[in-house]
Design a protein around this ligand. Structure first.
Ligand code: PLP
Length: 452
């Protein structure tokens, strides 16, 4: 169960932009798609994240992970910014989107250890040479499609290895080591095969898992990377690149950065001072999540158990967005921020004359009906946060799939009606790019930008 925070947050430029937009939307005039969700993107927040990075990790060059949020205006903003960013791309489409912004190919890492052959050929033709691998088939593929590649070996920790003595690392939101990476034990064979194929392996990449709250993971991976670095020298490779991946969480960033600085100094300090290693990272969610806010409309409301008289007191609301459109985060524990509810223009109340009279029937269920249920309790100014007494709700997405549920139990302001809005802050990661047209709901959403 999730509960509304008791703290009242200050009003932000995003709140003001949302209020203005909401004031202009009236569900009673029934413009097709007018009640669809919209995004407010505060580019100043993106800038703030990059400033924090520069302050905390000045020696590590961030390569933004395009997959996380490829919104064109965000990418253009990042490409033109003065933060010396590179880009982590995983497909032909991402590479081409970045190249079309005028980014030179050497500022791209093709960070997908299992690449589609045609995408690989495209990358080679476009002079995108730095790319990850974690298996022998990939090396053969690279040999055929991109023999000039600068290969980067993607590693993962050996489960239960003796060097990991300070307890188990917490599982991140998305454990990418289930899918990618070669352990120290497997790395020797890969490096030897690369030598036999005449491929140049220039460094190591890892990813601690997306949304990794346990900052010790970075320390463990850096120690492991140093071991593989030595192994590389033994197998005849000269390494110069360390890629510490993504996974950074906004609220843990300074803590993670402190650990990274300390362990890098211990393991790679000499090399860094001699200029023998370039260190990069692939942050995604850290850069794009906080600046993106989704406002999505309440399209239906009911008592959860209307057919038995609403005795439970629990209400159900249905939003214009769900896990198939923008709120895919609902599938992942910890990903979704708790919403605030904003008063919208509601459907016009029908007056008595429009409703056919029926003879009264007795309420012999003995249930007391709460007349305020579903009425305009929670009234307030359009565009303002609804506050006051809380009530339990299930929050559903709009599709006919019963697993399209956003919050199974949430205490939210009493009296939410059709036309009100749910606002999800910090939802910029793995959301915009997950929209699909399932069930005929629109995938087009408007974007409003705040920039200094
Ligand atoms: N790099 C790679 C190879 C990834 O697969 C991902 C996410 O899946 C990222 C970077 C970005 O991770 P995050 O958004 O957690 O920073």
């Amino acid at each position: 169960m999730q509960n509304q925070s008791t703290m009242t947050a200050p009003i932000t430029p995003t709140d003001i932009a949302i209020a203005k937009r909401i004031q202009s939307i009236d569900p009673s005039d029934c413009q097709l798609y007018s009640e669809d969700g919209f995004w407010v993107v505060d580019l100043n927040v993106v800038r703030r994240q990059l400033e924090r990075w520069r302050k905390e990790l000045p020696l590590i060059r961030p390569f933004y992970a395009v997959k996380c949020n490829p919104t064109p205006r965000l990418l253009a903003f990042l490409a033109q910014s003065s933060y010396n960013l590179g880009f982590d791309c995983a497909t032909h489409a991402e590479i081409s989107q970045i190249l079309n912004l005028g980014v030179p190919p050497e500022n791209i890492i093709y960070a997908n250890p299992c690449k589609a052959p045609s995408h690989l050929r495209y990358a080679a033709a476009a002079s995108v040479r730095t790319m990850t691998f974690d298996n022998s088939t990939e090396l053969y593929k690279i040999r055929q499609c991109a023999p000039d590649a600068r290969c980067v070996i993607r590693i993962k920790l050996t489960p239960g290895a003796a060097s990991h003595t300070d307890g188990d690392i917490e599982t991140p939101m998305y454990d990418l080591s289930l899918k990618y990476g070669v352990t120290f034990e497997g790395a020797r064979d890969s490096l030897l095969l690369a030598r036999r194929l005449g491929l140049s392996v220039v460094g190591i990449a890892f990813h601690v898992g997306s949304g990794q709250a346990d900052v010790r993971a970075y320390a463990r991976y850096i120690v492991e990377a140093r071991k593989v670095w030595r192994l590389a020298a033994e197998t005849g490779h000269v390494f110069s690149l360390l890629d510490i991946g993504g996974g950074f969480m906004d609220e843990r960033f300074e803590e993670a950065a402190g650990v990274i600085r300390e362990v890098l100094e211990r393991e790679f300090g000499d090399m860094m001072r001699d200029g023998n290693v370039q260190i990069i990272a692939e942050p995604g969610r850290y850069i794009c999540a906080p600046g993106f806010t989704l406002a999505t409309n309440v399209i239906a409301v009911r008592a959860e158990d209307e057919d038995s008289g609403g005795v439970s007191g629990k209400r159900a609301v249905y939003l214009a967005d769900g896990m198939y459109s923008n709120i895919n985060a609902a599938m992942w524990p910890g990903e979704l921020t708790f919403p605030t509810v904003v008063r919208g223009r509601r459907m016009r109340a029908m007056d008595e004359a429009e409703v056919a009279p029926v003879s009264p029937v007795s309420n012999d269920s003995g249930v007391e009906f709460d007349e305020s249920e579903g009425s305009n309790a929670g009234d307030g100014e359009v565009g303002m946060r609804m506050e006051g007494a809380l009530q339990e709700y299930t929050v559903w997405g709009p599709t006919c799939d019963s697993s399209d549920v956003i919050l199974k139990s949430a205490w939210l302001p009493r009296g939410i009606e059709v036309g009100d809005w749910f606002v999800f802050k910090g939802l910029g990661a793995y959301s915009v790019c997950m929209r699909n047209p399932f069930n005929g709901f629109s995938t087009e959403h408007e974007f409003y930008y705040i920039d200094e």
